[in-house]
Design a protein. Structure first.
Length: 129
């Protein structure tokens, strides 16, 4: 009996501190390591996974659901339309979040203080042994 990866898959395997997640994307079934996801963007009724290898995968899921899926990882909801992997944030200033690849995402004034606080806490965690 073969196992199918479906849209509601919340199957998580821990392997070498990497979380693997399977999803049924429009482009086909994929199992992703969290570290391969730069950020997730919502547009219309789709969410787009922007990956470190330059690919973009789309899925029909609510960003709130994806935020729950990624809540135990290094992801931060910086905007109602963006869920960002904090490992790729270069800096946050003047209501703009800059990623290591040069992309910039806006951070609304209402979320700015909390986003900056969570990112600073994340940076401190990364420094600890």
């Amino acid at each position: 009996m073969s196992e199918t990866i479906c849209a509601d898959s919340r199957d998580v395997e821990k392997k070498q501190n990497r979380l693997l997640r399977g999803y049924h994307f429009v482009e086909g079934d994929e199992t992703l390591q969290e570290e391969l996801v730069l950020y997730i963007e919502t547009k219309g009724h789709k969410n787009y996974f922007h990956l470190t290898d330059g690919r973009m995968l789309s899925i029909y899921r609510k960003l709130d659901e994806l935020e729950t899926d990624f809540s135990e990882g290094d992801f931060l909801r910086c905007h109602q339309s963006f869920l960002v992997n904090m490992r790729y944030i270069e800096k946050i200033s003047s209501y703009v979040l800059r990623l290591e690849n040069g992309e910039q995402l806006s951070v609304p004034k209402a979320r700015y203080k909390e986003v900056k606080k969570r990112f600073q806490a994340y940076q401190k965690e990364e420094v600890l042994p």
